[in-house]
Design a protein around this ligand. Structure first.
Ligand SMILES: [Cu+2]
Length: 120
């Protein structure tokens, strides 16, 4: 009887441990956000992207000519991206980040970074 009780107690502790591990893993997955901007036909799509602080934004050039991704503030700056090339930047600071293509300065778009705790 004593052995059985301690087995159940150990099972309970083990299950509680598994539950905590799963919750931590789930929370991490929910926080590691990614977002993508497509570049095609001389356009950043979407033109305005809202993300939470900590999000990694990846631009992919789906156009058949090179483009760049350059922040108006020069916070980030890619090299010339050929077709299917990608550039990523992690946005950790809330704010509004305007950017453009240095090869075609009329190509403009904005990333809006909200604080990680705010609701979207
Ligand atoms: Cu361009």
């Amino acid at each position: 009887m004593i052995a059985r009780t301690s087995f159940l107690a150990r099972m309970a502790i083990f299950l509680a441990f598994v539950a905590i591990v799963l919750m931590v893993a789930w929370t991490r997955a929910a926080h590691a956000e990614v977002a993508q901007v497509k570049i095609d036909n001389f356009t950043f799509d979407p033109p305005v992207l809202k993300v939470k602080a900590g999000t990694v934004v990846t631009w992919i050039n789906e156009d058949d000519i090179p483009h760049t991704v350059v922040a108006a503030s020069r916070t980030f700056k890619s090299k010339a991206l050929d077709t299917d090339e990608k550039y990523s930047f992690a946005f950790t600071t809330p704010g509004s980040f305007e950017y453009f293509c240095s090869l075609h300065p009329h190509m403009k778009a904005t990333i809006i970074v909200e604080s990680a705790t705010s609701k979207m």
